[in-house]
Ligand binder design. Structure first.
Ligand code: ADP
Ligand code: MG
Length: 681
């Protein structure tokens, strides 16, 4: 038996059970052994029935005193009731549905452990479908696996034990050299694997978890570092400072760049003039002025005769960037064009022609920009905005366009540096940690719905002073109902003090052209108020807007709220953000108070990450990293630092991991599991 052995060939697994395993993504014996328990039931921690909290998971130890005969309640539903009693004579009714096997296994007069949720009340307690263990059992820490209907915990336990019993040494081959294991105090792989499934005690779980999480994070780091070194080919778009007077660009701006912006620009120019292509991330808080940095980079490239492609995640953002860049660069004689999916074929063809001919130097667009039909004459720089929506594999895809162009990515989701180093491990990082001078902190208040009318009154006051505002309407679960709900909400404002103001509606169901129309009307102050769904989240820039009201604020992640709040406070006026929650729970109050207290995106993301964990923070797969089974890049930050050191040591000894074939193949496997980044390896 090897790891590649199909799961149906494992003793005790037939075709039918193999089908169930497939639902869990388990096809081979190796997959099964990597199906780690979610938690463990500790059968040593028994509770007297009288003290067992209702509605919570508990373990009781009790004697079977009576079994009711099977009762057919209705078609297809058979009920088994077993009455048990603990040492103090307290009774519980154990209930199984359709599980004769479980019911029959319990003998009258015998004592067992029962693990499950106690329901009922103080006089009549029940435990439904508990996990049962004989009191003669010695392994009292039992794994709880993710399961699927028809596949019981007992089945998985039996199958995993079978693998661990019959596996030979090659099965447990350790991918880590001893030196690394010693340096970082790690158990052997075999110990870790055996203990993660069937631990002797809690301590063994910890040791096993540490080792397995280390392996996973190490592979992640190795993969990213290898991508980074492989993509460091020769610089085929080499640029030079000599031909360019950057001051011409700087002095044409209506403002002076911040120190952080200047630093980023000079790092970018340094990269583009260097020996290898640029691969750089600009991480900047909302409003830190990333667009001007992008424009500077495009200017420098154009003056060197290279074209720039700037990709944005939405049409609104693409057209906004198009406008901004046209304003900044057009006057300096650099042509900018827009290419989006919603343009007519004819419009796109016209733009594409000028790009292909090399007349137009900067193309701004959505994903349409990397479609095969867009040809560049001499593409030298690719900029992607709002990077967290593009994965590492998409970054790799971009690299093939053109002649290995320089890459600059701009992220508006500040994340702690340690994490950025992982997620963007293939990139160098510049941080814009300075807001333009004179920016005022956005005053933020969190209120319950009871104060909604007062909040709207506050908006009115701002509008009366000639300012503009946003209202982010309540979140709706169903995409299809978004339109109706947004309309209804906008309609409801007609019964408020905001009725007289020019109000626009922006939602995800509008066509790009419609969105654009509303957005430009708002930008040109033909509208006072914009009622929007979260489509305004990213990047939209209207300096005259000074107030944003966010409904259902308690349902958003803090980083997302921070993004939304970043829509205001972009000009010289004091701005305000009102967060409305239907009700406060202790947790939501605490979270929203973080928003009120701080305006530092890095601090907010740190808090958000801690509260929600990495999975929720980044959203499903948004970061484009391989899925991790056991490690959590947010919670395992210390381990991550260790892995980073280990990865460097290993690559120093063997740059392509040739000396560690198992480590290499496992790394490749991690990266190929759910994206194509492996191609870059
Ligand atoms: P973000 O980093 O959120 O993408 P933008 O690039 O949209 O920020 O810039 C936000 C606003 O700040 C824009 O209106 C822009 O013109 C302005 N801005 C950018 N840099 C500066 C600066 N150095 N001084 C003053 N205003 C600036
Ligand atoms: Mg932006």
């Amino acid at each position: 038996m090897t790891r590649e052995t199909p799961i149906n060939e494992l003793k005790g697994v037939g075709i039918k059970r193999a089908e169930l395993y497939k639902k869990l993504g388990i096809f081979t014996v190796g997959d099964l052994i990597n199906h780690f328990p979610r938690r463990y039931i500790d059968f040593t921690q028994t509770v007297p029935v009288s003290e067992a909290p209702i509605g919570e998971h508990t373990v009781i130890k009790a004697l079977v005193i009576k079994k009711n005969p099977a009762a057919r309640i209705r078609q297809g539903l058979v009920l088994y009731k077993i009455f048990v009693q603990d040492d103090n004579g307290e009774r519980v009714t154990i209930v199984f549905y359709n599980n004769r096997f479980a019911a029959d296994a319990l003998q009258e007069g015998e004592e067992y452990y029962f693990s499950g949720k106690i329901t009922g009340n103080f006089t009549r307690k029940e435990m439904n479908t508990p996990t049962v263990l004989k009191t003669t059992e010695t392994d009292l820490l039992r794994p709880v696996y993710p399961l699927t209907e028809g596949l019981s915990a007992a089945m998985v336990i039996t199958n995993v034990s079978e693998v661990l019993k019959s596996a030979d040494d090659s099965f447990f081959a350790d991918m880590l050299p001893d030196s690394i294991r010693q340096e970082f105090s790690l158990s052997t792989y075999e110990y870790a694997l055996r203990s993660i499934h069937f631990p002797k005690d809690e301590y063994a779980v910890q040791i096993a978890r540490k080792r397995l999480a280390f392996d996973e994070l190490l592979k992640l780091q190795l993969g990213m570092m290898m991508i980074k070194s492989r993509t460091r080919t020769a610089n085929s778009c080499k640029m030079s400072r000599e031909t360019v007077i950057m001051d011409e660009f700087f002095s044409s701006l209506p403002f002076e760049l911040t120190g952080a912006q200047k630093r980023a620009v000079s790092e970018i120019i340094g990269d583009m003039c260097g020996e290898t292509p640029m691969n750089r991330l600009i991480q900047g808080d909302v409003g830190s002025g990333k667009t001007a940095v992008a424009a500077a980079a495009a200017y420098f490239a154009a003056k060197n005769g290279f074209q720039t492609a700037l990709m944005a995640p939405t049409e609104i953002l693409a057209s906004q960037h198009y406008k901004t860049l046209s304003e900044m660069l057009g006057a300096l004689g650099i042509e900018v064009c827009l290419i989006t999916g919603s343009m007519t074929k004819k419009q796109r063809a016209a733009a594409a022609e000028r790009l292909e001919a090399g007349i137009c130097h900067v193309a701004v667009g959505t994903h349409a920009l990397i479609s095969e039909t867009t040809e560049f004459d001499k593409l030298g720089l690719v900029i992607t905005d709002e990077q967290h929506r593009f994965g590492v594999n998409q970054r790799a895809a971009l690299a093939v366009k053109g002649n290995d162009p320089h890459k600059l990515v701009m992220s508006a989701t500040p994340i702690p540096r340690t994490l950025a180093l992982i997620i963007y491990g293939d990139l160098d990082i510049s941080i814009l940690n300075e807001l333009p001078k004179g920016r005022l902190k956005v005053e933020t208040f969190a209120v319950t719905a009871k104060l909604r009318m007062r909040a709207l009154g506050f908006v009115k006051k701002q509008l009366d002073e000639g300012r503009q505002g946003y209202i982010v309407c309540p979140m709706i679960e169903e995409g299809d109902q978004e339109l109706a709900a947004a309309k209804k909400y906008a309609e409801s404002l007609k019964n408020t003090v905001l009725a007289p103001y020019r109000t626009g509606l922006l939602h995800g169901k509008m066509s790009a052209a419609e969105k654009d129309k509303v957005m430009s009307a708002f930008k040109d102050h033909e509208l006072d108020l914009l009622v929007a769904t979260t489509v305004v989240e990213v990047g939209v820039d209207v300096p005259n807007a000074t107030v944003i009201v966010i409904e259902n604020a308690d349902r958003f992640g803090l980083s997302q709220l921070h993004q939304l709040r970043g829509r205001v406070g972009r000009g010289q006026y004091q701005s305000y953000c009102v967060l409305i929650a239907e009700n406060f729970t202790d947790e939501s109050r605490q979270r929203l108070e973080v928003m009120a207290k701080t305006s530092d995106g890095f601090e907010i993301s740190e808090y958000d990450l801690k509260m929600r964990g990495a999975g929720d923070f980044f959203g499903s797969r948004q970061h484009g990293l391989p899925d991790l089974k056991i490690a959590d890049i947010a919670a395992d930050r210390e381990l991550l630092a260790d892995c980073s050191r280990a990865a460097k040591e290993l690559l120093e000894k063997s740059p392509d991991l040739a000396e560690y074939p198992l480590l290499r193949s496992e790394t490749e496997e991690l990266f190929s599991r759910n994206n194509n980044a492996a191609e870059a390896l």
